[in-house]
Design a protein around this ligand. Structure first.
Ligand SMILES: [Zn+2]
Ligand SMILES: [Zn+2]
Ligand SMILES: [Zn+2]
Length: 398
């Protein structure tokens, strides 16, 4: 771990990265005090990618920043299956101008929310990943790779091979590949035993064969002499486990942004009642038509957020308020200067501490020793609990 490198990224922020101990590794600490509700900082990912099924089902997002590209009303119509939905108070829709949207001029397929995003994508990775005029051909190696991934990783999606493809392309295109490699090497790695566990979770029983197919297709798509270690069978498995355990889920939605704005606005009582019942009905229709799949979804690697340790009674939470992959870290308690900032990797409403521990072990491979778990483990067990110990129900929160 290179603390100097983190200092560079936190120099203008009210946080610092510190080494804690061998068991906990590094952590993120407040260098100011904060009140409940305060925004502490925002962070952009080093790299992010939309999930491939999410993209396949026409959730339109900027290829670089994952901004949701539909306007709120179009999105509400698609998700509810009702082409006649008219949103009240459109003044609370994003004012982001669709005239800014651009396609990659070469492949004419990848969409960006602005020429800035297009330029950054081309500079960082898209030159290596752009299929040029071949992009429509399903037998193009990149499209084959994406299809292979979709066929072995069904929704609910937790990761994407495009994250790895972009990482490799970033190294290929960097002025100094070592700079980029150094950034990616800051993310924590799991042991070889645990790699198999993560791979099993990602791909099921056939994971050994599946990983080998992916590895060969990736080498074929992006031949590179700069990352030879990543392309060995062991190195590739380790890389998959790294994005599996460090990848932060991302959700963006023009409609959610509108709903948040409306929710925060002040209306006359009668108008407020009307808006609330309108939105309740709309959410019910969306739920029936689209289930839980309401957002543009993907995952990304965030240098500072990845330093946040878990606590079952967290003092900060992560939100996506800007309708793109920029995350906001917000205080959900009062925080004093010097205090460690902890998020909950799971749904912290789960009351049974044994169940929380089982989910954390299954998904994040550690035993939680937070204060809440320590206190609750000392208390007598309730005789019956509505939360069963059913190990099939391993939901991961966001
Ligand atoms: Zn963008
Ligand atoms: Zn292109
Ligand atoms: Zn805990």
């Amino acid at each position: 771990m290179d603390l100097n490198l983190f200092q560079f990224f936190t120099k203008d922020l009210p946080v610092e990265v510190k080494y804690i101990n061998n068991a906990r590794g590094k952590g993120l600490f407040a260098t100011n005090c904060f009140n409940e509700g305060d925004e502490i900082f925002k962070e952009n990912p080093l790299v992010c990618a939309q999930f491939l099924w999410n993209e396949f089902y026409k959730y339109e997002a900027c290829e670089y920043c994952l901004r949701s590209l539909e306007d709120a009303e179009t999105m509400a119509r698609r998700l509810s299956g009702n082409p006649n939905v008219v949103l009240p108070h459109k003044e609370y829709c994003s004012t982001y101008a669709m005239e800014n949207y651009v396609k990659c001029p070469r492949c004419q397929v990848t969409m960006y929310c602005s020429s800035t995003c297009l330029e950054k994508a081309v500079k960082e990775y898209h030159r290596s990943l752009c299929c040029g005029s071949n992009n429509c051909r399903p037998d193009h190696s990149l499209n084959r790779l994406r299809e292979t991934w979709r066929n072995i990783h069904y929704p609910p999606e937790t990761s994407s091979i495009m994250l790895i493809a972009k990482m490799i392309a970033m190294i290929e295109q960097a002025d100094d590949p070592m700079d980029v490699l150094k950034l990616f090497s800051q993310f924590s790695r799991v042991t070889a035993n645990n790699e198999a566990h993560v791979a099993h979770k990602l791909f099921g029983k056939q994971f050994v064969e599946q990983i080998e197919i992916l590895r060969l297709e990736l080498i074929n798509t992006l031949p590179s002499s700069k990352i030879t270690e990543w392309y060995t069978p062991g190195g590739f498995r380790s890389l998959l486990a790294m994005i599996g355990t460090n990848g932060q889920g991302i959700a963006s939605s023009s409609f959610s942004q509108y709903a948040r704005n409306v929710d925060a606005a002040k209306f006359e009582k009668q108008e407020e009642d009307y808006i609330n019942s309108f939105l309740d009905q709309l959410y019910a229709d969306m739920n029936e038509e689209s289930g839980d799949f309401l957002d543009c979804e993907g995952s990304g690697l965030y240098l500072l957020q990845s330093c946040c340790n878990h606590d079952c009674s967290p003092n900060v939470e992560i939100n996506f308020l800007d309708n793109n992959a920029t995350l906001t870290v917000k205080a959900i308690r009062n925080i004093s200067e010097g205090q460690e900032l902890c998020i909950s990797y799971i749904d912290s409403d789960i009351k049974n501490w044994k169940k929380r521990q089982a989910i954390l072990m299954e998904n994040y491979l550690f035993e939680c020793t937070c204060n809440r778990c320590m206190v609750e483990s000392q208390q007598p067990e309730p005789l019956s609990s509505s939360e069963s110990e059913d190990s099939d129900d391993m939901d991961v929160g966001d």
